[in-house]
Design a protein around this ligand. Structure first.
Ligand code: AP5
Length: 223
């Protein structure tokens, strides 16, 4: 049978701390697709002190969403790059109905295949994960003090750079991010379910098991 040559977009949906970034990196490696994280793109802009980074920081530091028009423009630019022509693993985008509609229009133009794994994790576990998360300064690799510790404390296994705690992983900001998720992003679960592209995956399991479940979910959709 001829291979499906349409681009493949895997949209990871789930609350803050569900493991979207961790699993997106693994899927990207396994499937040979780029990992596109809206949060990482904003943090990159912030590191480079661009006007977009400075604007985004005003929202990120409070756990609020960056306005749709800014976020959609940034992702459109990213998806136009050559490495995303075969598809991508999207992590953290879309996060509002307006973002989902903009993405739908873009992917329809490309006749893309779409799978939306929804990673489910209980709320108390999210808080434990975010409060112990360590992030690498150079490339955003993610560890956890207990669940996924680096080989050498404070040092990234992959590039040797310093590990730090994200500003928005402080308890009060984490609570707000989870609330914002329920208000603005959780409605996308039904949005994608109605389009028959949603697959629920249990994210409250060891890292390798979640990766396996995600790969099966993607393959089960013929992708
Ligand atoms: P963003 O960076 O996207 O943050 P998030 O969605 O809140 O997601 P996180 O990165 O916190 O969690 P994750 O699900 O990736 O989990 P991770 O793999 O790291 O967004 C940050 C901010 O940017 C937003 O608040 C907003 O202001 C702005 N923004 C971004 N996108 C936007 C958009 N589209 N529109 C508007 N604004 C936007 O894992 C978490 C921890 O758990 C790690 O320590 C990890 O090691 C551990 N862990 C992962 N999986 C497991 C497991 N199975 N078992 C045990 N531990 C695990």
């Amino acid at each position: 049978m001829a291979q499906d040559s349409r681009p493949l977009f895997i949209i990871l949906l789930g609350p803050p701390g569900a493991g979207k970034g961790t699993q997106a990196r693994r899927l990207a490696e396994r499937l040979g697709l780029p990992h596109i994280s809206s949060g990482d793109l904003f943090r990159e802009h912030l590191k480079n002190q661009t006007p977009l980074g400075q604007l985004a920081q005003q929202y990120m530091s409070k756990g609020e969403l960056v306005p749709d028009e800014v976020t959609i423009g940034m992702i459109k630019d990213r998806l136009a790059r050559p490495d995303a022509q075969r598809g991508a693993i999207l992590d953290g985008f879309p996060r509002t109905p307006a973002q989902a509609q903009a993405l739908d229009a873009l992917l329809a133009e490309r006749c893309a295949r779409v799978v939306v794994p929804y990673i489910r994790v209980p709320e108390e576990e999210l808080i434990a994960r975010l409060s112990g998360r360590l992030t690498c300064r150079a490339h955003g690799h993610v560890f956890h003090v207990r669940y996924n510790p680096p080989k050498q404390p404070g040092v990234c296994d992959y590039d040797g750079s310093e590990l730090y705690q994200r500003d928005d992983d402080k308890p009060e900001t984490v609570r707000r991010r989870i609330q914002v998720y329920h208000e603005q992003t959780a409605p996308l679960i039904d949005y994608y379910r109605q389009r028959c592209v949603l697959v629920e995956v249990n994210g409250d399991a060891p890292l390798d098991e979640v990766t396996q479940a995600l790969l099966e979910a993607v393959q089960g959709r013929g992708a």
